[in-house]
Design a protein around this ligand. Structure first.
Ligand SMILES: Nc1ncnc2c1ncn2[C@@H]1O[C@H](COP(=O)(O)OP(=O)(O)O)[C@@H](O)[C@H]1O
Ligand SMILES: N[C@@H](CCOP(=O)(O)O)C(=O)O
Length: 294
């Protein structure tokens, strides 16, 4: 086996009303450096020296994918590094799942297509909104109906992104529990109308309208806002300093603003001063998605 390096970007899902169906790849990366070895070694920021590599999430995903293809992983040395904070709404689990799938793909020579990876990743994660952009890059609108996934990569957005990462975690599973099990027809019609308009205005480059409509989400934001520290303040201050709109990133607690191109720093600076316990920064949209270097 030739050594290889896998890189997977983080992602910000939902973008307001695109709940479980829209997400954007951003420039924070999980990487795996993989070489063949005499004995298994897995170095990871989330493993202490007492932990068994077999308990590692990425190893488990890779082993499952290999098993699904009636094979086993060869003995490898894997070094994981990651810039993606865990349980903050930046798709760390989706990036880790894709890294595991690609580890199996490369190490076992599975010749998986991108659609295979999307399918496997979505089956594990449950929804394609983080998996699809982390795999393909850019802004992806996707939908899972039964087992079928359809998706579209939008043209590049001409915006700055500002993210506000607090130093507290919120597990996606916990943030899904506060959501209603169902919506009335009236509610669903209004919510999907808002979502349609966000997508249409992003595609048309009408970012003022996109920002206005994303803040009107009716699928998840209002139910989750109590779980998100400084939710109202971040939206209000970001708007004051020029943002088009600010929403929860994924299931939170990170928030993300869409701002006019070049205006990101004018929001970052005052917001970082207001939120000393946060990491506030301008992010770039990653247009590559998952990459493998031999
Ligand atoms: N690189 C990783 N290595 C091991 N486990 C990970 C990794 N990334 C994510 N996870 C697992 O996924 C969990 C976070 O997933 P989730 O609650 O969906 O939040 P998010 O995907 O928004 O970061 C972590 O607590 C951890 O169990
Ligand atoms: N649509 C999901 C997205 C979860 O994203 P994550 O980055 O928080 O894992 C949801 O809103 O639950």
């Amino acid at each position: 086996m030739r050594p290889f390096r896998i890189s997977v970007p983080a992602s910000s899902a939902n973008i307001g009303p695109g709940f479980d169906s829209m997400g954007l790849a951003v420039n924070l990366y999980l990487t795996l450096e993989v070489t063949e070895s005499e004995k298994w070694e897995f170095t990871s920021p989330s493993l202490s020296s007492n932990d068994n590599f077999q308990d590692h999430f990425i190893f488990q995903i890779a082993a499952k994918i290999a098993e699904r293809h009636q094979t086993t992983l060869p003995v490898c040395k894997v070094i994981e590094t990651s810039e993606i904070p865990l349980a903050r709404g930046l798709g760390s689990s989706a990036s880790a799942i894709l890294a595991g799938i690609e580890l199996a793909n490369q190490a076992c020579d599975l010749h998986l297509s991108s659609e295979d990876k999307l399918q496997y990743g979505t089956e594990i994660e449950g929804h394609p909104d983080n998996i699809a952009p982390a795999l393909f890059g850019g802004l992806i609108i996707s939908t899972l109906t039964g087992n079928e996934i359809n998706w579209l990569q939008a043209p590049a957005l001409d915006v700055d992104l500002v993210i506000y990462i607090p130093n507290t975690e919120l597990k996606t599973e916990a943030a899904r529990q506060v959501l209603p099990d169902s919506y009335t027809r009236e509610h669903a019609a209004a919510a999907s109308g808002i979502s349609n308009l966000v997508v249409a205005s992003l595609l048309a480059g009408d970012y003022e309208l996109a920002g206005k409509m994303m803040e009107k989400d009716m699928f998840h934001e209002s139910y989750r806002s109590a779980l998100i520290p400084n939710y109202d303040q971040i939206r209000k201050e970001a708007k004051f300093y020029g943002a088009y709109g600010t929403v929860i990133s994924g299931a939170g607690p990170t928030m993300i603003s869409f701002a006019p191109k070049g205006e990101g720093p004018a929001i970052t600076e005052p917001l970082q001063a207001i939120l000393p316990d946060y990491h506030v920064s301008v992010m770039k949209i990653d247009m590559q998605g998952l990459t493998v270097e031999q």
